[in-house]
Design a protein around this ligand. Structure first.
Ligand code: PXG
Length: 451
């Protein structure tokens, strides 16, 4: 028996990233409200949202300051565009604020409505850059298998998700994928360090295969998010940096998930000491309260595009939307005022990671891993052989269902269970998260007769 809202949803809502036929048989969970790290559904269930929505609600739910700033901005100037030689206070102030936190050589921001639009913007900026530099053959992007860069045609093409490429003849021409630094799955007999070097060297092999003169940029998430919280071995990024220094290829670091405090720095590029030419951002920029994204542009690209480029024929109706920008600015100001980035680094991330590691001793956990405020674990039948519990990585879905029943939003990527909680989560709430995760793992093991 469906509620009125579930029935409307079944009848008329075409849901993203879902099997809509299956959903029509089950009905969606109707989320009604949220506070702090908790969300509530129509049935009155309270769930600890260990995914911060979709990796975005960094400040947690229910921040009145963000509501107030949105209300005030709506009254003063609810909308104006940035196309007609115009700007407004929220866009100008937000651009200044973001660049003050970004690596020093990055001093411009182009605003978009989402992370996917940010990556579409990257694609056009990079190709335009090389044209203006007189190197029009430099068009190809190198990305990685199992990367996530969005769901538009360019975003999905840059991403390395086979199940997305299958639908709509993707990737588009000019995008190539190399191996990912996923040690648990692909490390074989190598040590973590050896595997990190090997995975990075597939970039150099691809550059040599295609010819440096044809490569525009390398794009990567600092750690893969939607791919399953894949944290590269310590040798990976230094080797990528060595390779990029050898060739004239731009570096795009996709900070859509990793930006705004999640790693204990404002940006993961600072954590890994990277010098990106472009950084797509979104999600934590506004803690998800309103849709907004952007591209932080390094001086090299910005100088060429601005000095030599004339009009850049690209932009969106909602680029730098004043209400979204005002909320994003307030969001950043609150993160600063409350010392949240520092708290992540020195307090709550060490605590979360220490407690998450306890799950490694569970009989069906093959590995735990984490960085800052993201973590993942691998479900296995056999810790040594890493054999999966069920065919087609179906145990992840079973584990997710137990997790939801236990009041914890922890989600599967195949047989990898992942979390990315709000940065404001308390120690007690971390304890609750871990207790619920343990219970969930026990129940999953029992379901498969593994205890
Ligand atoms: N880059 C990265 C690294 C992302 O994680 C995007 C770009 C695209 O952002 P928009 O705002 O266009 O969605 C993302 C988005 C998942 C999931 O299942 C992750 C994302 C989006 C949808 C689902 O984990 N990340």
């Amino acid at each position: 028996m469906y509620s009125e809202l579930q029935q409307k949803d079944i009848n008329h809502h075409f849901t993203p990233f879902s099997d809509n036929k299956e959903l029509a048989e089950q009905g969606s969970r109707v989320i009604t409200r949220a506070e702090g790290v908790y969300i509530y559904d129509e049935q009155g269930n309270k769930l600890l949202d260990a995914m911060a929505g979709l990796w975005c609600v960094n400040l947690g739910y229910g921040r009145q300051e963000l509501v107030d700033v949105a209300t005030a901005q709506m009254k003063e100037l609810p909308y104006y565009n940035l196309f007609f030689k115009t700007t407004h206070a929220p866009a100008a102030k937000l651009a200044e604020k973001i660049t003050s936190l970004a690596p020093a050589h990055m001093n411009k921001v182009f605003f978009t409505g989402s992370g996917s639009e940010a990556n579409d913007t990257v694609f056009r900026m990079v190709r335009r850059f090389w044209d203006l530099e007189g190197k029009p053959t430099k068009k190809t992007f190198i990305s990685r298998e199992n990367a996530y860069h969005g769901s538009t045609v360019v975003g999905a093409s840059l991403g390395g998700m086979g199940y997305m490429h299958e639908q709509g003849d993707l990737p588009i021409a000019g995008v190539e994928h190399i191996e990912q630094p996923y040690y648990f799955k692909e490390g074989g007999d190598l040590s973590q360090e050896e595997f990190g070097i090997k995975a990075a060297q597939s970039l150099e092999a691809k550059i040599i295969e295609l010819g440096e003169e044809n490569i525009a940029a390398f794009i990567a998430e600092p750690f893969q998010g939607a791919g399953g919280v894949i944290i590269p071995p310590s040798t990976y990024w230094p080797e990528i940096k060595r390779i990029l220094a050898k060739y004239d290829i731009l570096l795009v670091v996709d900070e859509v998930i990793s930006g705004f405090g999640r790693t204990g720095e404002w940006f993961a590029s600072q954590h890994y000491d990277l010098k990106p030419d472009l950084m797509p951002i979104a999600k934590g920029l506004s803690s998800g309260y309103l849709p907004i994204g952007g591209v932080i542009v390094g001086d090299r690209v910005a100088d060429t595009l601005i000095e030599k480029g004339g009009d850049f024929n690209h932009g969106f109706t909602y680029s730098g939307h004043p209400v979204a920008a005002a909320v994003a600015l307030k969001n950043i100001e609150l993160i600063e005022a409350e010392g949240i980035v520092d708290r992540v680094k020195n307090d709550i991330s060490p605590y979360l990671q220490k407690r998450w590691q306890e799950l490694a001793s569970h009989p069906i956990v093959g590995e735990t891993r984490g960085l800052g405020m993201v973590a993942g674990l691998e479900l296995v039948k056999d810790k040594t052989s890493k054999e999966r519990i069920a065919p087609e990585c179906k145990a992840g879905g079973v584990c997710r269902d137990y997790s939801m029943a236990n009041g914890l939003i922890m989600r599967p990527c195949g047989d990898t269970m992942i979390i990315s909680p709000p940065l404001i989560i308390s120690h007690e709430e971390v304890d609750e998260l871990i207790e619920k995760a343990k219970k969930t793992l026990d129940e999953t093991a029992a379901f498969y007769n593994l205890v």
